[in-house]
Design a protein around this ligand. Structure first.
Ligand code: C5P
Length: 234
């Protein structure tokens, strides 16, 4: 379902958060759960990747947190089903390159950049509901979400998945380089001072290493059907 990424205030609709490390399957599971429920999706990692790409396009100093935060605030982006437009250009595949993912992970460690993207992410919460994927969806962006998932998978399963994803998009990749890059990214994401990757205290952890996509989606939907949403709260 399409959603425009304009910066408006947080609306009170049900949200399922799906956090976890790189290539744990968050994106696929988010899409699958949202499709069954007929809900919107938020790929928050795409916003960090778009900021990284825009910073490169603008020739910004990518060591300057304030400058990159300004670029994050001013992002001209449209999410239209599977297509992502940045300043009117289709960047759906460009932002998936590892070099952009790696820069995204560097700039995502800076609080001003995270602050600049916060309201934009909350603006995705629109009726009838939102499935939000990222690192801090359950801890920072939607702390009141009634269902929080922390999706993990072992390192080799994740490296193989990312390798296949890139190959399918026609992007060349090397499995051992990918595994090393993922390890570095995970370390940066879990050890950073601001909004580190960690399971919310009320999150359900699902290990998808040996689960099929459909099994994982079924587990999330099973948890959702057993979730009571207190009235007057998302
Ligand atoms: O999920 P994806 O790999 O597209 O995210 C790119 C990078 O953006 C991650 O490595 C992470 O550093 C950062 N990120 C984040 N918080 C989020 C989503 C992504 O810090 N909610």
């Amino acid at each position: 379902m399409a959603a425009s990424a304009t910066a408006t205030s947080h609306t009170q609709v049900p949200v399922i958060t799906i956090d976890g490390p790189t290539a744990s399957g968050k994106g696929t599971i988010t899409q699958g759960v949202a499709r069954v429920l007929g809900w919107h999706t938020l790929d928050s990692g795409a916003l960090y990747r778009l900021t990284a790409l825009a910073a490169r396009w603008h020739g910004a100093d990518t060591t300057d947190a304030a400058e990159v935060a300004r670029i994050a605030s001013d992002l001209d982006v449209v999410f239209n089903d599977d297509i992502i437009l940045l300043q009117g250009h289709n960047v759906t595949d460009t932002i998936r390159h590892e070099v952009i993912g790696s820069l995204a992970s560097t700039i995502a460690a800076w609080q001003p950049v995270r602050d600049a993207l916060l309201q934009r992410q909350r603006a995705f919460a629109k009726a009838p509901g939102l499935v939000a994927d990222g690192r801090d969806m359950g801890t920072v962006v939607f702390p009141g979400a009634p269902l929080k998932i922390f999706l993990v998978a072992d390192a080799m399963a994740r490296a193989k998945r990312r390798y296949k994803q890139l190959k399918d998009k026609g992007i060349s990749a090397n499995l051992s380089d990918l595994a090393k890059d993922m390890e570095a990214r995970d370390l940066r994401d879990t050890s950073r001072a601001h909004a580190p990757l960690l399971a919310a205290h009320d999150a359900h952890t699902i290990d998808s290493s040996s689960l099929t996509i459909d099994d994982t989606i079924r587990q999330v939907l099973g948890l959702w059907s057993g979730t009571r949403v207190p009235s007057g709260r998302p």
